[in-house]
Structures are given as C-alpha cells and as structure tokens.
Design a protein. Structure first.
Length: 278
C-alpha cells in the first residue's frame, strides 16, 4: 500500500504559529522533504523532531520528485515543508503534488500559515475577491505582460517581493496601475513586523528615503467599478453619436432603444442624445 504525502504548513516567522497536527505529523513521518534543510533544521530542533530530512527545491524538483514518489509507492509517509508557509504556494511543492496524483498517491494538506493570506487580512483592503500573483517574472517582456493584465484587474492583488527590488517594483506598479492604494507588509509575525498603508506614489517616496528590510508582501487595491465606467465613457466619447447609434441600430434595436443604450454608455440623459441628433 502506498504512503501519503503530507503538505505541512510551517511558521512564516514566529515559531508559535505551527499547529499541533503539523508537529505530530513531522514526528511520525518516515521522511521530511524540505526546501532548505539548513533552514528547516532550526525548526525541527526547536520542536525536538528527529525525523530524517532530505532536500527538495526548485533546482532538483523533477529528479528528487521522482525519487520521493518511489518512496511513497513503497509505503513511506513523507511530510513536505517549505522554508516558510504553506508548501505549493509560490513553491516547487506544486510539482510534487502533481507527480503524486499522476502516480495515484494520496496527498493531504495540513493548513497553517501563508504570508499572502496573513498580509491580506491586515491590509485594510477588500478581502472578498483577490488575485495572488506571487513574484513578478524576471523576464522583462513577461513582466510587462503580467503588469498589463494586472492594470485591468478588479480584485485585490497580492504580490511577493524581495527588499532589494522593492523600489523598482513599486515604481513599475505606479507607472502601470496608476496611483492605487497599497499595503506593504514586511517581516510578518516577526519582532519587527511592519505594515505600511499608503498609495503607490507615497510608497515609492517612502522607500526611496528608507531602505526596505525583510521579505515583503504587497497588497494592492483592484481597479474600481467607477474607473471602468469612466474609461468606457471616454472610449465612447471618442466616437460620434451618430456612429455610436449605428452600432445599436445594426444590432436590430429600434431608434428609441438605441438612444437609451447610447445615453447609458456615455453617462448622460436620453434627452441629450435626442438633442444631439436633431
């Protein structure tokens, strides 16, 4: 009988942010696969966990992944941990999960800390709908493509960023998205946790004057419904009213209904459209 892959969420800073279930699973597993064994040994020592550990990271995820699947097929139970947070979130663990499902191996997730959710909840921005983008791509063209997509995103946006790239990324976001509200979370759950709520313009100025330290989570407000309406109106206003009317008439609408649609598109009264067509 095959073993089980346990995805074990670990603290993102404060060691107390780990569940009893994760500690028990790490102690009972046959093997722990860790993103960085040098980092994870501190966690294991703290909780007196003596389970053997092996490395599983971005640069060996295919080769090591196959070996881990073989061990699971032999009946071994493996606990997967990342440097901090939940495995599989902006993390090579997603590849191992895919390989396990293809091999018919059971996968279960033990919930816990995740920097993206922690930041979202303290951001003061809308939490009902959000888009998690993780780190922006290093490739310039790919990064520009993603930023262009995000410029039209109406959901709250969550990004990760390293401190040495923060100022450049904030400037790119300001240039692409406009001066949106943003909450920048640094050193979450740690002693020097900092949460800065501002606008992108203010954030660029602040971090130009204050060197950022620690990994950052950026939570950015999405494009508002009012912005979308305004952009749509401006697009229609570039077109003549008669041409605008013709679009709806060609769709089979009568003149009265077409005038109503044109007025709605332009944010004006039907009377104004009627006068303009006289």
């Amino acid at each position: 009988m095959s073993g089980t892959l346990f995805l074990c969420a670990t603290p993102i800073g404060n060691l107390e942010d780990i569940t009893f279930r994760v500690i028990r699973t790490l102690k009972e597993a046959d093997l722990i696969a860790a993103e960085d064994t040098r980092n994870s040994i501190k966690l294991l020592n703290h909780f007196e966990i003596q389970t053997p550990m092996t490395s599983y990271h971005e640069y060996n995820k295919y080769e090591k992944g196959r070996k881990l699947v073989e061990k699971l097929q032999e009946g071994k139970n493996i606990a997967l941990i990342t440097d901090a947070g939940t495995p599989g979130i902006s993390d090579p663990g997603e590849e191992l999960v895919r390989m396990c499902y293809e091999a018919g191996i059971t996968v279960t997730s033990l919930p816990g800390a995740a920097a993206c959710i922690t930041a979202l909840t303290v951001s003061g921005l809308s939490t009902r709908r959000f888009a998690f983008e993780a780190f922006l791509p290093p490739d310039k063209k790919e990064r520009e493509r993603i930023l262009e997509e995000l410029s039209e995103e109406t959901r709250t946006i969550i990004l990760y960023e390293a401190p040495h790239r923060l100022c450049k990324t904030l400037a790119l976001l300001k240039e692409t998205l406009g001066n949106r509200k943003i909450t920048i979370c640094r050193e979450l759950t740690k002693k020097y946790e900092a949460v800065l709520r501002s606008t992108l313009e203010e954030a660029v100025i602040f971090y130009t004057e204050h060197e950022p330290k620690g990994e950052c989570v950026l939570v950015i407000e999405g494009k508002s419904a009012e912005e979308l309406k305004q952009e749509a109106r401006e697009k229609w206003e570039e077109m003549g009213i008669e041409e605008h009317m013709q679009i709806y008439l060609s769709m089979g609408k009568d003149k009265k209904e077409a005038m109503k649609c044109v007025a709605k598109d332009r944010g004006v009264s039907k009377r104004e459209i009627y006068k303009a067509l006289l």
